[in-house]
Structure formats: structure tokens, C-alpha cells
Design a protein around this ligand. Structure first.
Ligand SMILES: [Zn+2]
Length: 292
């Protein structure tokens, strides 16, 4: 049994990571613009948690952030889920992970969850929205509001989504049909006092970063604007999974500046290791990541 995960305190919010899985991906496949020399220059802190010693593969994590604030239990993104057919990706396909047991280990039963905040409707962010009960995809968190960008939902009505429809049908549609979904307008804004959606499109059409503020402190969940910590140093590197790499880069630069200038603590979607940290401006006009 691994040790109990660390809980961060941001104002009155308590934030804990619940990990579904970690895996390695070929670095050149993840980043089409990869420059191996840049990885070598950062090897001292990338190896071994974030890259292999040869710097040819990147380590990624898939997880949910559990936030407790003002008596509410909030989940940010819901990983890949169990039992789901994902012929397009072996690391997502028909998983059987003890994710719900890990949630229980940090004191969260499915009925306890009040809000499920979702950065975007990709396969590795919506999976535990539902689970298989008597052959039906059923909302996992029956008392929660599931909140996501309207443009993300609208994307699934377009031909571009054709090979992703199974994700929508098994993990998003059931929560909409159950009347549990709330959509955030494209311009973002406050969902509840202290909970704000910040538009960061590019990785996906309606991608949102999510900020939870408490007592003057900010927790920032920037989703897949940044997949790997090396991108804080190389914001022009979009991932091969970004729908619009140029727009994704613009969003990345903007949210990096926002995080640095607002002293936000960032809770990343896919960084291995601690996953949480801060962004600092460096003297060359760029950014630097520091894990906390
Ligand atoms: Zn992702």
C-alpha cells in the first residue's frame, strides 16, 4: 500500500491528488517540435521522474485533484475510467484500476462529491464521470453538478469528433441525460464565488483552465495547456494532441504569465512526480517551473 497522498493547503482549500495511472510516452511523439538539446540542458531535474535517463521518453500521470472547500467536495477532471472501449489508445482501453478505492482512501465516497469541474472533454479527463452499472453507463457521482465548457460539448456535434464519439456517448451524454451537467459560456467566468473558468483554447476547442480562490490564495488547474514541465521552459512546444498548436501556444504563454503574476499554485493534469508547483519569470523573459 502506498503512503497516503500529500494534501496541499491553498487558503482554506485542501487539495489532494488521486492518481489513476502513470505511463511513459515517446518524447518525440509527444512533442513534434522537440529539440533533444533542450531536454539535455534540463536533464538534472527531468531525470528520472519526468524523463528516462536517455531523454527519449516522457513520464506522464493521469489523475484527479480532490478539493475540499467550504464544506464542498470538488473533483477536477476524472481520468480515464474503467471498462471503456478505447481502440484508439492502449493506455486508455478497458482499464481496471482501483480509482474509486483510492478516492475512498482519501475519504471520498461517490455520493459525497458536490462538483465535478472538467477542463475539457478528452478521454483522460472525463472517464470516471460514469461507470458501468448493470450494463449501463451511469453517473459515478450522483449528487454532483458536472461543469464544462459549452464549446467542448458542441464540438461533439461536429464531423471532426467522429472518431471520439464513444468518449462522449459513454462518459458525457449520460450525465447530460441525468440532468447533472452545467455548461460554461465560451468567455468563461465565475461558476460559483471563488470558482472561475478561464478560457484557454487550442489543445481543444473549448478548453478551460479552472481557478479556485480562497482567502486571497489561488489554485490553478490548467488542464492540458501544459502536458509536461519542460513546456514551462519551452512554451512554443505544443503536444501532438493539441487540436490547434498555434492557439494552444498562445494560451500556454498567457496562462504561464497569469500563474506567475498572480502567484498561483498550479495543479497540473499530467506532470509526474508531485504534479504541483509554481511558475516564475526568469531574467530572459521566459518562465521557470518549480515543484512544491
Ligand atoms: Zn489530458
Amino acid at each position: 500500500m502506498s503512503k497516503r497522498p500529500h494534501t496541499y493547503r491553498i487558503g482554506a482549500a485542501e487539495i489532494t491528488r488521486v492518481t489513476e495511472q502513470t505511463f511513459a510516452i515517446d518524447a518525440a511523439r509527444l512533442f513534434p517540435d522537440l529539440d533533444p538539446a533542450v531536454l539535455h540542458a534540463h536533464a538534472s531535474w527531468l531525470v528520472p521522474e519526468h524523463a528516462d535517463p536517455a531523454l527519449t521518453s516522457a513520464q506522464l500521470s493521469v489523475h484527479t485533484w480532490v478539493v475540499r472547500l467550504d464544506g464542498r467536495v470538488i473533483l477536477v477532471d476524472t481520468a480515464c475510467g474503467n471498462d471503456k472501449d478505447r481502440p484508439f489508445g492502449a493506455v486508455f482501453h478497458r482499464l481496471n484500476t482501483p480509482y474509486l478505492e483510492r478516492l475512498a482512501a482519501v475519504g471520498v465516497q461517490p455520493e459525497d462529491v458536490d462538483l465535478v469541474l472538467i477542463t475539457h472533454l478528452h478521454v483522460d479527463h472525463v472517464g470516471w464521470n460514469t461507470r458501468l452499472v448493470d450494463g449501463q453507463w451511469t453517473p459515478t457521482f450522483p449528487n454532483a453538478r458536472y461543469v464544462f465548457g459549452a464549446a467542448e460539448r458542441a464540438f461533439y456535434a461536429t464531423p471532426a469528433a467522429a472518431n471520439r464519439m464513444m468518449v462522449f456517448e459513454d462518459s458525457v451524454l449520460p450525465v447530460i441525460r441525468a440532468g447533472l451537467a452545467d455548461e460554461v459560456a465560451d468567455e468563461g467566468g465565475a461558476y460559483l464565488p471563488g470558482i472561475r473558468f478561464l478560457p484557454t483554447p487550442g489543445h481543444s476547442v473549448g478548453h478551460m483552465s479552472i481557478e479556485i480562490a480562497s482567502e486571497g490564495h489561488r489554485a490553478l488547474f490548467w488542464g492540458d495547456v501544459v502536458h509536461h514541465p519542460i513546456q514551462v521552459s519551452t512554451p512554443s512546444w505544443s503536444s501532438s494532441f493539441c487540436a490547434d498548436p498555434i492557439q494552444a501556444t498562445a494560451s500556454r504563454r498567457r496562462i504561464l504569465g497569469y500563474a506567475a503574476d498572480h502567484d498561483a499554485t498550479v495543479f497540473s493534469s499530467h506532470f509526474a512526480g508531485a504534479s504541483a508547483g509554481r511558475v516564475h519569470r526568469d531574467e530572459r523573459g521566459g518562465f521557470e517551473w518549480r515543484f512544491i
